[in-house]
Design a protein around this ligand. Structure first.
Ligand SMILES: CC(=O)N[C@H]1[C@@H](OP(=O)(O)OP(=O)(O)OC[C@H]2O[C@@H](n3ccc(=O)[nH]c3=O)[C@H](O)[C@@H]2O)O[C@H](CO)[C@@H](O)[C@@H]1O
Ligand SMILES: C=C(OP(=O)(O)O)C(=O)O
Length: 417
């Protein structure tokens, strides 16, 4: 297993281009199963989650081909040739988004329960509730979801929580259902809007994405097409926090500043200068006297849970007490123990973490417990005195394209062994 080794203490300076969004790409790749013709996707990130999902799609009979570095062609099968196998499905959460498209297009699905990072229990009851309301027959058998359906029929679905995945699965399934589907209390994340735009570009009739009510008028077929995926707001956010944490000055290109507003607001509250351009953001923390802040994670447009761990690293050396409340995933404070090994003072009590700022962190050996914990440790390593050696970096590779290259181009000293 490889390790990331960081020699800390270098403020990040320069420009970096943000890649396409992991969570939009994964949902959209699952959505390609709905199309009858070739789909060409631009701005696809080169991350392991995408590569694994492509392998799963290939197993199921899709023709998958990279046309350029970040441009991908996917041609769905006329008939499913195989299931989504456990050995691949267990590696990523988003494999659960194959369920809706498989049922809607092929009338059957067999998928192992999805894996991914251990950040919480992550049930699929809301996905099931919606798909069953559309007429699917779903069972759990020996760790696999077995689904069957005739043509799905539109219905009203109320989500008890605005789940991103449930919204996406039900929305995709409803595109090929007969009649109208209304989904209430849906997630409003930018990746939902991107998925809806992609589906509409193939001939779907989805309205209301980005609000809390989505209406879908089912159509008999979806065609193919060409679509460009939005930039990754979490990758962008990670570089923003890395710039702030190292007291650097970084210009991020290929971003949608509006998607980053929850983070921008918090960084500004901490006295970090954030300058928004049309499709760029500059984060300047060169001369700042950073201030402690409190954070509560919430569904979009609240503060994203996927940026919580990175903020914990940043706050760990700001004098005073900062409080983080994690409202989305119950097991997302695992990085606190690793940060403590680097000298941070963090106390976790249930859903709350209390961070007493210390003057500095010291590099040591640490272990990533999940994707964003890994990103947080990278930021901690950039801030720390001496060398930080991060193991379990397969988690980091799930979501960051060319991370070391990008960081080194900003003046960091990062290598992989
Ligand atoms: C691939 C992808 O897009 N992943 C993102 C997606 O995950 P994911 O789609 O899994 O996250 P959800 O929005 O579904 O989960 C939010 C909360 O709802 C709960 N829940 C969810 C579904 C369900 O059927 N029942 C239920 O109780 C979950 O346990 C969790 O507590 O949104 C999360 C929240 O923004 C992000 O952190 C992940 O990066
Ligand atoms: C939790 C995340 O992803 P996933 O849902 O794919 O595990 C994430 O991107 O931080």
């Amino acid at each position: 297993m490889s390790k990331i080794i960081i020699t800390g203490g270098n403020p990040l300076h320069g420009k970096v281009k943000v890649s396409g969004a992991k969570n939009a790409s994964l949902a959209i790749l699952c959505g390609t199963l709905l199309a009858e013709d070739e789909v060409v996707l631009e701005n696809v990130p080169d991350i392991s989650d995408v590569r694994i999902l492509l392998e799963i799609l290939g197993n199921m009979g899709c023709g998958v081909r990279w046309i350029e570095e970040d441009v991908l062609s996917v041609k769905g099968p006329q008939r499913l040739s195989d299931d989504a196998p456990y050995k691949l499905v267990k590696l990523l959460r988003a494999s659960n988004l194959l369920l809706g498209p498989m049922l809607a297009r092929f009338g059957k699905a067999r998928i192992s329960l999805p894996g991914g990072c251990n950040i919480g229990v992550r049930p699929m009851d809301l996905h099931f509730k919606g798909l069953v309301a559309l007429g699917a027959n779903l069972n759990l058998e020996r760790g696999s979801i077995q689904g069957k359906s005739k043509r799905l029929i539109g219905n009203r679905v109320y989500l008890d929580f605005p789940s991103v995945g449930a919204t996406e699965n039900i929305m995709m399934a409803a595109c090929l259902a007969e009649g109208q589907t209304t989904i209430e209390n849906v997630a409003k994340e930018p990746e939902i809007v991107d998925l809806a735009n992609f589906l509409n570009s193939m001939g779907a009739r989805v309205r209301g994405a980005g609000t809390d009510l989505i209406k879908i008028e089912g159509v008999p077929h979806l065609k193919g097409g060409r679509y460009s995926i939005i930039p990754d707001r979490i990758e962008a956010g990670t570089f923003m926090v890395a710039s702030a944490a190292t007291r650097g000055d970084v210009l991020l290109e290929n971003v949608i500043p509006r998607h980053l507003e929850p983070l921008t607001a918090k960084l500004r509250e901490a006295n970090v200068e954030v300058i928004e351009g049309e499709d760029s953001i500059r984060v300047n923390a060169d001369q700042i006297d950073a201030k402690n802040i409190d954070i509560k994670t919430m569904p979009y447009p609240g503060f994203p849970t996927d940026m919580q761990s990175q903020m914990m690293s940043f706050l760990s050396t700001i004098s005073g007490t900062s409080i983080i409340v994690e409202n989305i995933f119950e097991n997302r404070f695992q990085v606190a123990d690793e940060l403590k090994r680097m000298g941070a003072n963090v106390k976790v009590e249930g859903r709350m973490a209390v961070i007493e700022g210390v003057p500095s962190l010291q590099g040591t050996q640490v272990k990533a417990s999940d994707l964003r914990a890994g990103a947080a440790l990278v930021i901690a390593g950039l801030m720390a005195h001496g060398d930080t050696e991060i193991s379990n970096v397969q988690y980091v590779d799930r979501g960051y394209t060319h991370l070391e290259t990008k960081l080194n181009s900003l003046g960091a000293q990062v290598r992989r062994e």
